[in-house]
Design a protein. Structure first.
Length: 114
């Protein structure tokens, strides 16, 4: 299983593949509809990428904001689509493992039902 997950402000979720050796930055910009990206390291193995100018370009993403709050990031809302992916031992963005993907879907399901 090679999947990263894009979560849109309307809660739509899209599975994407970060393609080892591919141009991750271009893929992120395309799926996040942005020029500049930023990352929030939710854990040492889970990153949330977003539009660095999202506050000005996109509506609040309630799912991303709730997920970030579950991981201790309580001081701001997050705007626009976000890309959730894993991190390797060198700090590179990689696709989620099957276990990470299932755990993330469970967290997102809890958020949606709250």
């Amino acid at each position: 299983m090679s999947i990263a997950l894009v979560v849109h402000p309307n809660a739509e979720m899209i599975e994407v593949n970060l393609m080892p050796g591919g141009d991750h930055l271009a893929l992120m910009r395309e799926h996040l509809d942005c020029r500049l990206v930023d990352v929030v390291a939710l854990t040492d193995r889970l990153d949330m990428w977003l539009d660095d100018e999202g506050l000005y370009n996109h509506p609040v993403n309630p799912v991303a904001t709730a997920l970030a709050r579950r991981h201790g990031f309580t001081w701001q809302p997050y705007h626009g689509p976000v890309l959730l992916c894993s991190v390797d031992q060198h700090g590179n963005s990689i696709d989620l493992t099957a276990d990470q993907f299932r755990a993330l879907l469970a967290q997102l399901g809890d958020i949606a039902s709250a």
